[in-house]
Design a protein around this ligand. Structure first.
Ligand code: CA
Ligand code: CA
Length: 205
């Protein structure tokens, strides 16, 4: 009579590799020969994890990217929107501008653009002092008066840093395109931009 699992199995004669398959009956493994497959306890655990993951995906579905996951900073240091490829970061103002800036067009998806600005995640928008107006977050602190009342440049909620080296800081005669920082290209151009005339007498380009 053939005995599949001999009681007096000589492990020494099979060498170290073969002896790995001759585990004790107390474990989940069964004694093995070259012709059978020994499934270890680790194997069962891995299979259980895979099965659980499959069941979870089937029942719940693949979780979508959340709004938080798409927050990024562009190469020009602007608040951006991360595309599906997880590499492309487009400026916030390119979301819902009717142009497909992400390869798959996820920046124009209905869930984002169906009810502006409410359908946009908070990090993409900035609320002006006037509650009727909002701008994209990358327009905050860009030197331009996008809100119309300069609340995106000098407002307490904007919290903008001081004017950069390419700008001249002063209290302007009138808020129009700029607020408290004017481009140095406007210095000494024969037109008063600052109340104290510093743009004409002190500023250098
Ligand atoms: Ca777009
Ligand atoms: Ca601005």
């Amino acid at each position: 009579m053939n005995r599949t699992h001999p009681q007096n199995f000589d492990t020494a004669s099979l060498g170290s590799t073969k002896s790995l398959f001759t585990t004790k009956r107390g474990n989940l493994c069964i004694p093995c020969t070259r012709r059978c497959i020994c499934i270890s306890a680790i194997g069962f655990v891995i299979l259980a994890i895979i099965a659980a993951a499959i069941i979870l995906i089937v029942t719940v579905g693949i979780p979508p990217y959340t709004a938080v996951n798409r927050l990024c900073v562009t190469t020009s240091n602007q608040t951006g929107f991360l595309c599906d490829n997880r590499e492309t970061c487009i400026p916030a103002s390119q979301v819902c501008d009717t142009r497909r800036n992400c390869i798959n067009g996820e920046d124009e998806q209905d869930t984002l653009c169906s009810d502006l600005p409410n359908s946009l995640p908070d990090y993409l928008i900035f609320h002006c002092s006037n509650p009727r107006f909002w701008i994209y977050a990358d327009k905050r602190c860009n030197g331009i008066n996008d809100c119309g009342d300069c609340s995106d440049e000098v407002g307490i909620w904007a919290s903008c840093p001081p004017c950069g080296s390419q700008w001249w800081s002063c209290t302007m005669v009138v808020f129009h395109i700029y607020c408290t920082c004017i481009p140095r290209s406007l210095c000494r151009d024969g037109i008063q931009h600052c109340f104290d005339w510093s743009d004409e007498y002190i500023c250098t380009k």
